[in-house]
Design a protein around this ligand. Structure first.
Ligand SMILES: NC(=O)CC[C@H](N)C(=O)O
Length: 222
């Protein structure tokens, strides 16, 4: 499996994401945001966490205008797999690949801690390694993680089983405790928590590694 990890000025989780993909067995190619083409044979695009373009305008808004963003959008629209973590999730909502928006945390504070999540669906390449309703521990680190969506949008997400993860204790005011959502074709995942930061014993937990392994398994079958 070839994973393309995008880097913007201000990204800071690109290396961690690359390592998590590699430990799961993927080949990783780093892609600078000015590269307009994804590497030939890309199976999945990873948009990492960080502070792209200093979080100016809105988190992810400038990154969503980068040359590479158009290729990522075209890749996703053709059915490609894309995962956006934290700032990557913000970029995905700004490109329109995922619905909703990430607003400032209700507390107006940056929150950095490990917390419990519920796996809201096991029906995706990313979450198939867990069972629905399982509690897992993954860290968050953000000031704009307050996932917000209108009632119609929320009903669509619920009706289509597209909520991937919810918080056990909501740290940021997110609508319906949502921590991660899937696209309509279930191949684009955006999540505020950082699975790559809890992916091996030395991180203090390895729940995050399940996501990368599930992905590898799903791709081996497809
Ligand atoms: N860890 C991150 O990716 C941070 C995302 C974003 N800059 C925020 O603070 O909300």
């Amino acid at each position: 499996m070839k994973a393309a990890v995008i880097t913007f000025p201000g990204s800071n989780c690109d290396r961690d994401l690359a390592v998590a993909f590699e430990r799961a067995g993927a080949e990783v190619v780093k892609v600078w945001h000015k590269d307009s083409d994804l590497p030939t044979g890309t199976d999945i695009v990873g948009i990492p966490g960080g502070f792209s373009f200093g979080d100016y305008l809105r988190c992810g808004a400038i990154a969503a205008q980068s040359p590479v963003a158009a290729s990522v959008k075209a890749f996703a629209e053709k059915g490609g797999y894309v995962i956006g973590i934290c700032n990557g999730f913000q970029v995905l909502t700004e490109t329109g690949l995922l619905p909703g928006a990430l607003l400032r945390n209700a507390t107006l504070k940056y929150v950095c801690k490990a917390l419990d999540l519920k796996v809201a669906t096991a029906d995706s390449a990313y979450t198939a390694g867990w069972t629905k309703g399982q509690t897992i521990r993954i860290p968050i680190a953000h000031h704009d993680g307050n996932y917000t969506i209108d009632e119609d949008g929320l009903n669509r997400l619920k009706g289509d089983d597209r909520i991937a993860f919810t918080y056990v204790e909501n740290p940021n005011g997110a609508t319906a405790d949502i921590a991660g959502v899937l696209s309509a074709n279930r191949r684009v995942l955006g999540m505020m928590p950082h699975p790559e930061r809890m992916a091996e014993a030395a991180h203090g937990g390895s729940d995050g590694s399940v996501l990368f392994r599930s992905l590898m398994d799903a791709m081996a079958l497809s």
